[in-house]
Each structure stands twice: as structure tokens, then as C-alpha cells.
Ligand binder design. Structure first.
Ligand SMILES: Nc1ncnc2c1ncn2[C@@H]1O[C@H](COP(=O)(O)OP(=O)(O)OP(=O)(O)O)[C@@H](O)[C@H]1O
Length: 224
């Protein structure tokens, strides 16, 4: 079976005044089913850019993103289909719709016939039942993060991408978020997580470090 995610020879630069700044250079990463791969690196090393490219939100300058055996484009209907059905993205800034309730923020992402029941399960298991009808703007940071996670997981995506998912959370919220990501992998997803927070090591099966645009394998733990 091919990896769920294959990034091949990815290069990305951003404009920097009159010149360009290269953030990712000929970068190669794979994530298999049931793996939780951590991405570490200094602030500005390109972790969010890497996740955005993997999530088909940012187009690389060169290189390819393959989801399963499908070489993905970053625009058009194929990209939209992959984003909705195959990829769950937990954004660093949550990206919730402030005026929508917790339940509606999750519902707008739903695609499958079982999603309603799945949304209810996630609301309950993430401890969000008491605030399910509250507009997202009234939530605490931990409640927003749990809502964002539920939205990312509601369609049982085969690829989960999470950007700093435990940043700023207390120990209880961190544990809940990490347990859900670990469970997503145990259920068969490939999980790629960018984090500065060492608590992420509790769930990673492998860690890669981003350094000057390249990735280095740091460790590989035994598969669960
Ligand atoms: N849209 C953009 N236009 C120009 N430069 C950008 C853009 N997005 C990111 N950058 C720059 O690219 C570099 C990598 O940014 P990125 O957000 O990917 O890093 P990061 O490792 O996720 O950082 P952090 O850990 O602080 O979130 C930074 O220097 C950033 O300023």
C-alpha cells in the first residue's frame, strides 16, 4: 500500500522585498497509514507552509503532493474533493466561523451519510455537549481547539494535518486533543503534526526536523 501522503521534491519560496526567500528546498516526506509524524523546527522554519502544501492549501513552486495513489493539484475540483473528503486540517488559529455554533462549525464540514452521528459522537467525546449551541466567538481557547479538531475528524479523513494543536492548552485539553489524534491514527489515518510542544512526543511514532528548508529524520519509534 502506498503512503497516505507523499511529498516529493517540494520547493517553496516567498517574496522577500525585491528578492525571494526559499522556505522549503527539495523536501521529501512520507506519512503512512497509522503513523503520527511530528514536525519540529524553529519558528519560521516552514512547518505551517509544509502542512499547507500537504493540505492542498498552498501551491508549491515545484514538486508533487500525492494522496494515496493520486497526484494532487492545488486548485480545481479534484483539490476541493480531496480537501473535503480525504484531509482533515486543524489550523493553528482554529479558523472557526465565529457566529456559527460549535455544532454548525462541525456540520458545515460533513460530507458522508454517517456524519451526523459522528458529529454527535465527537461533540460528546470531546466534552463539547454543554457548549454545542454556543457561537464559536464565546468559546475558550481549549473549546475552540476541540471544535476545530472535531471538524477536522468528522469525515474520518485518511490524512489528518494538525498545526500546533496543543499550543496554549492546559494539561486536560492537551490530553484530550492528543488522545483524539492518536485514536485517529489507530483507526487508520495518517497524521502529520507540527508542534513546538514536547508533549506531542507522547503520540508521535516518528519525528522529522525542518532545518533550512530540508527535513531530517530524528527518530523512529516502534509502530503501535
Ligand atoms: N504568505 C507569505 N508571504 C510571505 N512570507 C511568508 C508567507 N507565509 C509564510 N511566510 C514566511 O515563510 C517562513 C516560514 O513560515 P511558516 O509559517 O511556514 O513557519 P513556521 O515554522 O510554521 O513558523 P511558526 O513556528 O512561527 O508558526 C517565515 O519566514 C514566514 O515569515
Amino acid at each position: 500500500m502506498p503512503p497516505v501522503l507523499t511529498l516529493t521534491d517540494i520547493t517553496k519560496s516567498y517574496p522577500d522585498g525585491a528578492t525571494e526567500r526559499r522556505v522549503l528546498s527539495d523536501l521529501n516526506v512520507t506519512v503512512d497509514q497509522r503513523e503520527v509524524v511530528g514536525i519540529t523546527g524553529l519558528s519560521g522554519s516552514g512547518k505551517t507552509t509544509l502542512l499547507g502544501i500537504a493540505g492542498l492549501l498552498i501551491a508549491p513552486d515545484s514538486g508533487t503532493v500525492t494522496i494515496g495513489d493520486t497526484e494532487a493539484r492545488h486548485c480545481g475540483s479534484q483539490a476541493a474533493h480531496l480537501r473535503h473528503h480525504d484531509i482533515g486540517f486543524v489550523f493553528q488559529e482554529f479558523n472557526l466561523i465565529d457566529r456559527y455554533s460549535v455544532a454548525d462549525n462541525i456540520r458545515i464540514a460533513m460530507t458522508g451519510p454517517d456524519s451526523d452521528a459522528r458529529a454527535t459522537d465527537l461533540i460528546n467525546s470531546l466534552g463539547l455537549a454543554a457548549v454545542a449551541r454556543q457561537p464559536a466567538r464565546f468559546l475558550s481557547g481549549g473549546q475552540k481547539q476541540r471544535t476545530a479538531l472535531a471538524r477536522a475528524l468528522v469525515n474520518k479523513p485518511r490524512l489528518v494535518l494538525a498545526d500546533e494543536p496543543v499550543s496554549g492548552l492546559d494539561a486536560d485539553n492537551s490530553r484530550i486533543v492528543l488522545d483524539m489524534l492518536r485514536q485517529a491514527a489507530a483507526d487508520g489515518a495518517a497524521v502529520l503534526v507540527a508542534s513546538h510542544d514536547p508533549t506531542i512526543d507522547q503520540i508521535t511514532t516518528r519525528t522529522v526536523a525542518l532545518d533550512h528548508g530540508h527535513v531530517h529524520d530524528l527518530e523512529r519509534k516502534p509502530q503501535r
